[in-house]
Design a protein around this ligand. Sequence first.
Ligand code: UD1
Length: 419
Amino acid sequence: MDKIIIKGGRQLSGTVQVSGSKNAALPILIATLLTDGECVVRNVPELKDIETVIALLGVLGKQVVRQGDTVQVSASSSLYAEAPYEIVRRMRASILVMGPLVARLKRARVSLPGGCVIGRRPVDIHLKGFSTLGADITLREGYIEVQANHLRGRDLRLTFPSVGATENLMMVATLTSGTTRLFNAAREPEIEDLARFLNGMGAHVQGAGTSRITIVGVPSLHGAHHRVIPDRIEAGTYLLAAAITQGRITLQGVEPPHLTALLQTLRKAGVQVLIDASSNTITTDGKGRLRPVTIKTAPYPSFPTDLQAQWMALMAVTAGVSRITEQIFEDRFLHVSELVRMGADIHTEGNTAIIRGVKVLCGAPVMVSDLRAGAALILAGLVAKGTTVVHRVYHLDRGYAALVPQLCALGASIDRISS
Ligand code: UD1
């Protein structure tokens, strides 16, 4: 397994071109199942999760050709209704094929995603939505089996604004006769991007980006071309890398409004943030003494759970006491014990972490438990005294394209070693 070796202490400086959003590209590629027409999706990041979704589309009857950041999807055979365990276990977002498959085939058999390290992650909100639209759902031998011969648009109120459930239900509703209204829908920019793609395919989706989305079903959808939005979590991770090393980084190709919660929090902490909306760039300068800032994660537009671990790394070296309350996932503090091994002073009380900033972190061997925890350990390694050896880096390949070369180009002493 590969390792990443970091010699800490270098200030980062330079420019980063932000990749296309993983969490937007995944549902958009899955939405190509809603048509036999040809779809071309651009600005798709080069990530393990994208390889997984491409494999899944192949299993379901699509021909997928990838050239650079462009993915072309066309029909190669009739659609197949089963998403196997072998692929779903690699990536939970595979559950999103349920919407398109049910919409097209009136049935689907999708492996039930298990729990994962950051919590149980049930799919009850997805299933309740399908069932309200008229689907019969059976759980058998680890699979969710959906039969849906008579779906009809209805009003659905989500008990929590789940991103995945909003996407799944939005997709099934595009080809469901009548009007579906989603209340308490997730408002993430990735939902808006999916809606733009669906509308490009001929769907009638209105209100994406607000908590009330209306979808008027149409008989069929056609192929479409689309460019995926920039990855706000990758962008946020680089901004935090600049802050933690007291460096200066300019991000290119970002959507600054998607990062409002992070940018406000960085400013409160004393990081200089310059936004140039006309050129879609953000420059941060972390020079000077930072202040501790307490945060709570919550659905968009609040502070994203996917930047919580990276924020914790910054607070771990910021003098004073701060707290982080994780409100989205039940067990998303696995990075705490690894940061503590590097000398951080952090303890948890339920879903709150209390962080007392220390003067220095020390390099140590550490283990990545999940994607964003991995990003936090990399940030900690960048500022730690001595050498940090990061194990199980395959988690990072799921969500960060070219992380090591990018950080090298910004002046970090970082290397990836195959063993
Ligand atoms: C998506 C993102 C992920 C991000 C998360 C929250 C993708 C591919 N992944 O994940 O990076 O961290 O949003 O912003 O876009 N829940 C239920 N029942 C359900 C569905 C969800 O209880 O049926 C719970 C989950 O266990 C979790 C919370 O709701 O605690 C948020 O989940 P959700 O918004 O669905 O996240 P994902 O779509 O899985």
